[in-house]
Ligand binder design. Structure first.
Ligand SMILES: [Zn+2]
Length: 158
């Protein structure tokens, strides 16, 4: 008998194609897992950013990894659900930092506030400034740290 816990464990292997240190599970995009009596498995993915070009790749990757574990599953993308950076797990936030990205702020903070207290992933200073809200990918913004003088990227708050 396959369980949701098994599936989540297997899916830990599926990493975000743009941030290979974080799994889709820790990114909080695996929004639902259904296991039917006939052992049919449906994994639902909620895209992080609408129009994120990596989503189809992620969907295929979920199916491939599960198939390798002898779990033929169907992965579907649910565009009606809204993902929030608050869904990223504690482990996921650490993995973002390990990749050199600043953590997103809590989405409950107001936007201006959340742009001002971004912690530098290199020296952990909060004396930082937004340089460009449009980073190299949709999900990242570019900041400058006044203490270590480095430029860094933040996984955007959403
Ligand atoms: Zn710094």
């Amino acid at each position: 008998m396959i369980t949701k816990e098994n599936i989540l464990e297997y899916l830990d292997e599926v990493k975000d194609p743009e941030i290979p240190t974080i799994s889709l599970v820790d990114l909080g995009v695996i929004s639902d897992i259904q296991i039917y009596e006939n052992q049919e498995v449906i994994v639902e993915i909620t895209p992080t950013f609408a129009g994120c070009p990596a989503i189809e790749y992620m969907r295929k990757n979920v199916e491939e990894v599960l198939l390798k574990k002898n779990v033929p599953a169907k992965a579907v993308i649910n565009y009606n659900k809204v993902w929030s950076s608050d869904f990223i797990t504690e482990k996921g936030l650490k993995q973002l930092q390990a990749f050199g990205l600043a953590k997103p702020s809590k989405s409950t903070e107001d936007l201006l506030q959340s742009m001002q207290n971004v912690e530098c992933p290199k020296c952990h200073s909060k004396n930082t400034q937004l340089l460009n809200p449009f980073g190299p990918t949709l999900c990242r913004a570019i900041f400058h740290c006044h203490d270590c003088k480095e430029t860094f990227e933040q996984f955007k708050t959403l």
